[in-house]
Every structure is written in C-alpha cells, then in structure tokens.
Design a protein around this ligand. Structure first.
Ligand SMILES: Cc1cc2nc3c(=O)[nH]c(=O)nc-3n(C[C@H](O)[C@H](O)[C@H](O)COP(=O)(O)OP(=O)(O)OC[C@H]3O[C@@H](n4cnc5c(N)ncnc54)[C@H](O)[C@@H]3O)c2cc1C
Length: 505
C-alpha cells in the first residue's frame, strides 16, 4: 500500500462502483468484499486506518459467552462461525486462547459448566477445544496468580485472540491486492446528489487540504461511533442510528498475572464480564461499559472506570495491582444500535444493522470485530442493489488475508542493503528500524503515532516506552519520508501529547 499510488487512482477514476467511508474493521471488510467481487472500490478514512474502535478492542475473536447468557443464540452462532473462518483465513494474526472461569461454589460450577459446554457445542466443527471442568489444584496451576481462599475450581473453555489494528491493515492490503483504492487521512465532508439521490462524495485530503468531488454508484457509511454525523451530512433531519458506550482496558506486565491462560470474571458488580488476557507478552484487563454523549476519536478513561477494573481484578489476584503498575490505558467506543427503550448500554444488542436513507446512503453499524466479514458482505449486497451493479457472489468466506510473507521479504531486503536497520528500537522489544520503514513504505504510516500505536503496538503495550522511542522513530520516518528536523520535532511533541493520555499519573 502506497499513499501516492492510491491518490493517483483517486484522480484517475471517473466513477466508482462503491465508495466506503470509514477505515475500521467494518469499512476494511467492505473494501475487501467489494474489490474481491470485482467492483471498482474506494475506501477513505479521516485519520489513520483502525484509529477508531478497531484498534481498541479486547482483541478477542469470540462468539461472546455473555450473549449466550442474554439468550441471543443467533448472534453467538453467527460469531462462532465467523470466529472459525477468521482463524482459518488469517492464522498469522489470530490464535487459540484458553480461558478459565474461576468458581467459588458448587452451584456456580454447575451453572457455568452448563453454559460453557453449550458454548463449545454451538461451535460444532469450528470448536477450538473441549470445555472442561477443573478442580482447584488445576485452576491454580493454570492461573498461578489467582487467590485460593474460597476457590472451588473452574471451567476451562477456548476462544480466539488477534491483533486488531494489524488485521485491519492486512484486510486493507489484501483489498488493494484485489484492486481497491484505500486512502487514510481523507475525510468525507459532504455528499453530491442528483434528483435527491447520492451520486458522489466530497472528500478532503487532511494532509494536503486538497478537496475532491468523486462520483459513486453506491456509498457505504461504515463510521462506527461517528455514524450519526455522516448520516447528518446526508439528511439534517435524520434520526440517530447509533448510541455510543465507552470501554476501557489497561495493560500490565505478566508478573501481575502469570501464566498463559486467560481469566474471565463472569459477573461484575454491574452484571457484565471482565477479562484478564495474556497478549503480546503483557496482560490486557478490561472492560467497562459507560454511556457517552459525544463520540471522540481519542476518548479518555474516567477515574471511576479505572477504579472499577482495579477493584474487580484485585478481588481475584494475589498481586495487588495499583495505578502505578499500569503500562497503558486505552479507550474504545462501541457503536450500538439505538433503541427507544431506556435499556442500559450493556443490555443493547451487539447485532449489526443496516439503514438505507431516502438519498440511498447505506449505513452499516453495530456488530463486533469478529463478525466484520459477515457485516461487510451484507453491506456490499445492499450496495450492489442500490448501485444497480452486476451481481457477483461474495467470496470472502475462504479468502486468505496474509501479507506477512511479503512483509518479511521487504524487511530482509532492507536489512541486506543496510545492516543497521536490523537494530532494535528498544532493548526489551523485538521491533526493528526496518519495521518502521516497512510501515511507512508499505502500510501507509504517515505519523509517528501510526507506527507506534497501530503497526507496532508499543503505545498499547507500554506508553512510557513508546514515548522513549518516539524520537528514534521520528528520525527514521523523517529520512524515509524526506522530512526535516522541524517535522520530526513536531511529530514527537504531538505523539507525546497523545501518549500522555494513555499513562495514569
Ligand atoms: C471496549 C471494546 C472492546 C471490544 N472488544 C471486542 C472484542 O474483543 N472482539 C470483538 O469481536 N469485538 C470487540 N469490540 C467491538 C469492535 O471493536 C467494534 O465493533 C469494531 O471495531 C467497530 O468497527 P467499525 O469499523 O464499525 O468502527 P471504527 O473502528 O470506529 O471505524 C470507523 C472509522 O470511521 C472513520 N470516520 C468517521 N467519520 C469519517 C468521515 N467523515 N470520513 C472518513 N472516515 C470517517 C473513523 O475515523 C473510524 O476510523 C469491542 C468494542 C469496544 C468498544
């Protein structure tokens, strides 16, 4: 993926079959689906790819045990099917993860064993492992940091895990391989209409400030928590389609939660689930569900959300975790389908929904990362109908998403030309200088943040370390992008301003 190549495709194309607004999981999935069916496809993202919710998930490819508890079997079945497909189609970015639900009474043991056995059975052939009932000793072996008093045993089950932003970027890269044009830092700022029907999008390149009017047969709005804003650009009198709720996670070192098995706390004080999941040699703990009024691209954690998670995790662990032990805090916004009732956001459906406006804007939202492929297929089916496109079958069920071989080859060639590029950017992490150059030249990383947050995940793994390496990353990027010292300094300072929000004082 190369931005100037993508921009020249933008200026050289007189009309697109399908334009997708939003470069998160849903938009990226739609771009791959549309391009692989042979449609002339353009995707635009106002910031960097996956900067929204799609880099800030719990990083689980899951059916959603919680939705089973809510009785939404259809959603669980669909997600389990998609979980199986994703693990098969992108094995290098996904993995099988064992979880334990610790139990503190025989009654709990029976209750969760029945639920989790059912979860395993629903997966059928796509099951990732057998659900089993463990005694206290077995739980302590697998979760060495668990408090043992009153512990009766646990239920072990399996789900998937992944690297969210890198999957998004690889889906986009695969879409480009199939002919799509994808551009980051490009914002939809209005619609063009003929006879009151959308036939084009006004977009602005936020790096050059250049504006373009592009023609499109069908337009998909895949803007997550920003859905209502894009709907408003189409129709000032629109009804809000989504409501947002924020979820925070924090990341700690493994010494505070040892082992390789994840823990699911099945019932928090507000009736949800909470996870502690090993990820990239650290542990992710979360999440919360807090309704918010205004969608922001970098929402901030609330003090009470941090306290809530600390309070719950410390009830289960032998190591007391404090704010000082937290490497990084990140916050994502769930785009939830708005309903008229006053239901709590945690009770709102995680199903996805499609809305088609009078002017034929196709809006797709809700759902989860795990079901992005199915959401994309539904959105593109609607787009083919709206755009009167020649019908082509969706082929993503078995389509491989894998640019890793190509990545390794490019990196090896870089190192062959300049051996210093194999140097690590920090002694405690494997990331090299060559990976930064790869991110710039092949993955459209433009800012230091794009590299440190979404290509290599240091901002999430340890925000302080990310700040330490920002000057080195800025300098490697400056020479790759032909930028001067002022650019590098401005990059470091804006990265530090962002990263400071990931650190608890
Ligand atoms: C706390 C939390 C934990 C989660 N954990 C999981 C999990 O473990 N597993 C799972 O399956 N799901 C999980 N989810 C759900 C999942 O992350 C989301 O459903 C998914 O990422 C939403 O993707 P999206 O593309 O719809 O939205 P986003 O990723 O937010 O993408 C929308 C994009 O649209 C862009 N945009 C907005 N306006 C414009 C415009 N005018 N022009 C151009 N671009 C624009 C935004 O910048 C943004 O990048 C979690 C969600 C949250 C909040």
């Amino acid at each position: 993926m190369n931005r100037s190549k993508q921009l020249s495709a933008l200026t050289n194309t007189s009309q697109w079959d399908i334009v997708i607004i939003g470069g998160g999981a849903t938009g990226a999935g739609a771009a791959l689906d549309a391009a692989s069916r042979g449609y002339k496809t353009l995707l635009i993202e106002q910031y960097d790819f996956a900067k929204g919710t799609s880099s800030k998930s719990t990083k689980l490819v899951h059916g959603g045990v919680r939705y089973l508890q809510q009785g939404n079997i259809k959603l669980v079945l669909e997600a389990l099917r998609e979980r199986g497909r994703l693990l098969k189609n992108a094995p290098h970015l996904t993995s099988n993860q064992a979880f334990i639900v610790p139990v503190f009474s025989t009654w709990e043991k029976i209750f969760y064993a029945i639920g989790l056995k059912m979860y395993g059975l629903l997966a059928g052939k796509l099951s990732l492992g057998k659900t089993s009932i463990l005694n206290k000793q077995q739980v302590v072996e697998l979760l060495p940091s668990i408090k043992q008093d009153k512990l009766v045993g646990g239920i072990q089950y399996y789900d998937g895990q992944f690297d969210d932003s890198n999957l998004c970027i690889e889906i986009l890269g695969t879409a480009v391989k199939h002919g799509a044009t994808v551009i980051n830092y490009c914002k939809a700022i209005g619609f063009e209409k003929e006879a009151k029907k959308i036939n084009g999008v006004k977009i602005a390149d936020t790096i050059t400030n250049q504006e373009y009017n592009i023609k499109a047969k069908a337009v998909i709005n895949a803007t997550g928590a920003f859905t209502n804003q894009v709907m408003e650009m189409d129709d000032k009198a629109h009804h809000d389609f989504v409501t947002a709720s924020q979820g925070i996670h924090f990341i700690i070192n493994k010494e505070f939660f040892k082992g390789t098995t994840a823990m699911m706390i099945p019932k928090t004080d507000d009736g949800r689930v909470l996870f502690a999941v090993p990820w990239q040699d650290k542990v992710i703990v979360g999440t919360t569900d807090t309704p918010i009024n205004e969608a922001k691209i970098e929402p901030l954690p609330l003090a009470e959300e941090i306290e809530f998670i600390l309070n719950h995790i410390n009830r289960y662990g032998t190591e007391t975790i404090t704010r000082a032990n937290i490497n990084s805090v990140y916050v994502g916004l769930r785009p939830l389908i708005k309903v008229k009732s006053k239901a709590k956001t945690s009770a709102l459906s995680r199903d996805h929904a499609i809305h088609i406006s009078d002017a034929r804007l196709i809006t797709i939202t809700g759902g989860k990362w795990t079901t992005y492929r199915k959401m994309a297929s539904d959105a593109v089916n609607n787009a083919t109908f709206i755009g009167k496109l020649k019908q082509q079958k969706c082929i993503t069920e078995n389509l491989q998403i894998n640019l890793t071989d190509q990545k390794q080859e490019v990196i090896n060639n870089l190192i062959k030309q300049d051996a210093t590029l194999s140097e690590k950017i920090h002694p405690n992490y494997t990331y090299t200088k060559a990976e930064i150059i790869y991110a710039v030249n092949n993955q459209m990383a433009f800012n230091v943040e794009d590299v440190l947050a979404r290509r290599i995940r240091l901002l999430f793994l340890d925000a302080r370390v990310a700040m330490q390496v920002a000057p080195l990353v800025a300098s490697v990027m400056a020479s790759t992008l032909n930028k001067n010292q002022d650019w590098a300094e401005q990059q470091i300072s804006s990265f530090n301003a962002l990263a400071s929000n990931y650190i608890l004082s």
